[in-house]
Design a protein around this ligand. Sequence first.
Ligand SMILES: [Zn+2]
Length: 203
Amino acid sequence: MPPSLWPVNRPNNWLFEPSLIAPRSIVAEAQEVQWAIELIELGARLQLLQEETHLSRERLLRLYREVAGHSPSKGMLPYSTDWFITWQPNIHASLFLGIYRYLEKNIDLPPLELLIKSYRLYLEQIAVGKEEKVLSVTRAWFLLRFCAAGMLQTAPCTRCNGEFVVHTHDLTADFVCGICAPPSRAGKTKKLFPKSVSSEPSP
Ligand SMILES: [Zn+2]
């Protein structure tokens, strides 16, 4: 199925909008290479790197092989918004988005660094909770794009007040999250949501 989300005429980098003029200093380029390396180490798909850096596809491919030790996957990218609404992915996506928004509001970081830092904090948080990683860095990036495109947003849970990812047109007046109303056999994911990230407004 073609990726209908991306209109052909959309501008490049429509989420992060790095400089359209792109003055390519050596330092700026070195910084992008560094981010690309970190993202490859975190498991990013090639398209993310192509969209969010000014590095050529050839350079990215070489970089990818050098860092990952293999060629990038050619499989389908995760285009569906529905995945983010299913139970466990929703909890992980909401956790990541809470971290991202907190950092975005409180620290002035270049967009790619913000993505990398938020994702690393997400990984730390799930390691503390002894959870399996559910959200890949590419999915995290898609989540941000879906939010920027107005396809996904967050709504507060009426029980715990945490913010959770929902479809933009969902009715959320009585929304109860997947932690407060888990399916059977669930329970330990509560650890994932420290109060500071999920349920308090940022200072
Ligand atoms: Zn809740």
